[in-house]
Ligand binder design. Structure first.
Ligand code: GUN
Length: 300
């Protein structure tokens, strides 16, 4: 069997096109332009790349982008002051504070200072609670992107055995909640799970989000299963030359693709969906803030 490749890059481009069309209509008919503020504290190289890319794509869909780059040694008071101003700014519909924050700043305190209606990451306790109780809030972008791809491929997910490897607040936990909301039978596995291979073998749907390069081999995969690989791991690639690297997922791609029914590649799978969902969330937040109907089909 050769798995269907779930092309996240193409899917994400379609989502962004749809967001851009909604934004153009909002601006033309209502004079409203959705705005996204991204806050980066410090100089983490990966975060800098993400933040620049987010800003660029925000502008590409016709939204307003507000970028705030703060010094590594910024105080809690400074950061909370900025969040207060963004909360009160009617031109800002979405606020994202890039994680990880420098050691001296408490991420829970900072994230919970964001107005939940503007929390387009879906990390505020209030949004976490809304998701957990099946109420409407903001859904974290990466799991939302995974769910969109699963729904697109399968239609209904009802009754399927889903295994999520990883229990992070950003991916694993909200992913499990979303799959439960789709009436899957959900298992959340993690570093202390016994007989992980046996647990994974049950899965009709596997979501791997641990950040360990190629830890899931093909012989753990149930034939025909759908594999969603959230991992983005940079590893040495001596075959490409001295000091060169390549990106790999949490699943061993070739062996998993030989057994699975469908699989997301790395790169070009889940990754591009995250920013597309961030833009979709910002559009939704803007519609809600203006008591306008929400764009259809973008949010579970
Ligand atoms: N760092 C890694 N992933 C994310 C994300 O989805 N949102 C934010 N704010 N920071 C991150």
């Amino acid at each position: 069997m050769t798995a269907t490749i779930l092309d996240g890059k193409a899917f994400a481009a379609r989502v962004r096109d749809s967001v851009a069309a909604h934004v153009a209509r909002l601006t033309e008919e209502k004079g409203i332009t959705p705005g996204l503020a991204v806050v980066l504290v410090g100089k983490d190289p990966a975060s800098q790349v993400y933040v620049t890319s987010k800003g660029k794509m925000t502008l590409e869909v016709g939204m307003a982008s507000f970028e705030h780059r703060l010094a590594e040694d910024s105080s809690e008071q400074e950061l909370l002051g900025l969040i207060d101003r963004l909360n009160a700014d009617p031109a800002v519909h979405g606020i994202l504070v890039q994680l990880p924050l420098p050691e001296h700043l408490d991420p829970d305190l900072v994230i919970n200072a964001i107005d939940p209606a503007k929390d387009v990451d879906g990390f505020h306790v209030s949004n976490v609670g809304l998701l957990g109780t099946g109420q409407k809030g903001m859904v974290p972008c990466t799991p939302l992107g995974c769910l969109m791809m699963l729904r697109d491929h399968h239609g209904s997910l009802t009754g399927k055995e889903a295994v999520v490897i990883g229990r992070s607040n950003i991916v694993g936990k909200p992913m499990a909640q979303l799959l439960l909301g789709e009436s899957c039978t959900v298992t959340t596995a993690h570093s202390r799970t016994r007989d992980l291979s046996e647990v994974v073998r049950r899965a009709d749907i596997l979501v791997a989000a641990v950040g360990r390069p190629e830890m899931v081999p093909g012989d753990w995969i149930k034939p025909g299963a759908t594999v969603i690989d959230v991992g983005i791991n940079r590893v040495a690639a001596p075959e490409k030359g001295e000091g060169r690297t390549r990106l790999v997922g949490d699943c061993h791609y070739e062996s998993c693709a030989a057994v699975a029914g469908a699989i997301t590649p790395v790169p070009g799978g889940v990754g591009p969906m995250t920013i597309a969902c961030l833009l979709a969330n910002t559009l939704t937040a803007c519609c809600r803030a203006n008591a306008l109907p929400e764009p259809e089909g973008m949010i579970p």
